[in-house]
Design a protein around this ligand. Structure first.
Ligand SMILES: Nc1ncnc2c1ncn2[C@@H]1O[C@H](COP(=O)(O)OP(=O)(O)O)[C@@H](O)[C@H]1O
Ligand SMILES: [Mg+2]
Length: 385
């Protein structure tokens, strides 16, 4: 990783709860055993068990092929921000382009609202990309000689909407992304961050069910980038639109994602909430990836609390209380303020206790089985405060 993860503020637990609540409904995208292989006789690879088990390097040496996406399966639920994260070359762009067949999958199934994308004809695909699942690229491709409004209206123009109507809708979007009063400027008269907002407004203008972002902010300087991330979080909070967001940046993934699919060499090595991934890395690769994350800003007290002991009643009252979704960082403050342990209360019942020891255990990177992730120095720092 090139950048140390920053603090992950703006906890999204409320929205996360919402996105799990909608889990009973049909997923927006449903992907099963998806492969994309580049190279000679690529279509033979997914079905050949003598090849599918090979590492990326072995496969390349043996066949000359690159499996950019290998046997990937996942669902994207309505209203969630689904992040695909991985280092450069891990297959993120290929994967997201396969969803609307900007790249043809080699094998596997992609459904959109239950509709078979692989079986769609040209017209259905065009409709999918223009109206229902719009892609926001890193280079927004703004048209330099058009005003902001006309850039934002561009997608609507392609759809055949009349001029007055599309300009009116575009003006709304310009306001929505915080560019009030700038509608008549040319892109060249805007800052980099403002240009990004124009691109975002253009994607929003066509009102797609899903927005697909392929590393849209990675070329931005850190402050503008932070700003745009907050913009995405705000828009999501207001509209609840489903988003698939690709990034190679862990802190961005943790900040934006309801769930994160972590890719390596074309495969998903772990799929879970930020908290699940940080608290329970699936293997050494993931553990290494999340090593420097400030755990107390991702992990909630539900995971940190200890069970009630014999002297403690679930219907106890009094003292300080916390909701189970409270982040450990906030719980540390609460415990420090009250000077005693706090009850964790859900639906009026005490379901556990957090105290100094249980909270420090999280900060120190020790999970419940007592295994250390090497956060000992941090624990000492906190203990010294
Ligand atoms: N058109 C292509 N032909 C051959 N190999 C490709 C092609 N596109 C991507 N790849 C390879 O597939 C792998 C995944 O690429 P990509 O999806 O762009 O990764 P990411 O977006 O995570 O950086 C890389 O090894 C890349 O070199
Ligand atoms: Mg990419």
């Amino acid at each position: 990783m090139s950048e140390a993860p920053e603090a992950t503020d703006a906890p999204k637990s409320a929205e996360r709860a919402e996105s799990t609540a909608s889990a009973g409904t049909e997923p927006v995208f449903s992907v099963r055993n998806l492969w994309k292989v580049f190279g000679p006789k690529a279509s033979k690879i997914p079905g050949d068990t003598s090849l599918t088990g090979l590492s990326a390097t072995e496969l390349r040496e043996r066949t000359g092929c690159t499996a950019a996406v290998r046997d990937v399966s996942f669902d994207v639920e309505k209203r969630e921000v689904f992040v695909v994260m991985g280092l450069s070359g891990s297959g993120k762009s290929t994967l997201v382009r396969c969803l609307t067949r900007l790249i043809e999958p080699t094998a596997g199934k992609v459904d959109f609202n239950g509709e078979d994308v692989v079986g769609m004809d040209k017209d259905a695909l065009r409709d999918l990309r223009r109206h229902r699942a719009s892609m926001v690229f890193q280079n927004f491709g703004l048209l330099p000689h058009r005003s902001v409004i006309d850039n934002v209206a561009y997608g609507l123009e392609i759809q055949g909407m009349g001029k007055a109507e599309r300009r009116e809708r575009a003006a709304e979007m310009v306001d929505k992304v915080g560019l009030q009063g700038l509608g008549e400027r040319r892109p060249g008269q805007l800052s980099g961050g403002q240009q990004q907002r124009v691109g975002l407004a253009r994607a929003l203008a066509v009102d797609p069910q899903v927005l697909l972002f392929d590393e849209p902010f990675s070329a931005l300087d850190p402050l503008i980038r932070r700003d745009m991330q907050e913009e995405v979080i705000r828009l999501h909070r207001e509209e609840g639109r489903t988003m698939i967001f690709i990034t190679h940046d862990l802190s961005e993934a943790l900040r934006l994602g309801d769930r994160i699919a972590l890719m390596r060499d074309g495969a998903i090595v772990q799929l879970g909430t930020p908290e699940e991934i940080v608290a329970n890395p699936a293997d050494d690769y993931v553990r290494d990836f999340v090593r420097d994350v400030p755990r107390e800003q991702v992990i909630s007290v539900r995971r940190a609390m200890r069970p009630l002991d014999a002297s403690e009643a679930a219907d106890a009252t009094g003292g300080a209380t916390l909701a189970p979704d409270t982040l450990v960082s906030e719980a540390i403050e609460a415990v420090a303020r009250s000077g005693e342990s706090c009850r964790v209360v859900e639906n009026g019942r005490t379901i556990g206790i957090v105290d100094h020891a249980s909270l420090l255990t999280v900060v120190a990177g020790i999970n419940r089985e007592g295994e250390s992730d090497g956060g000992g120095d941090k624990a000492k720092e906190v203990a010294a405060v």
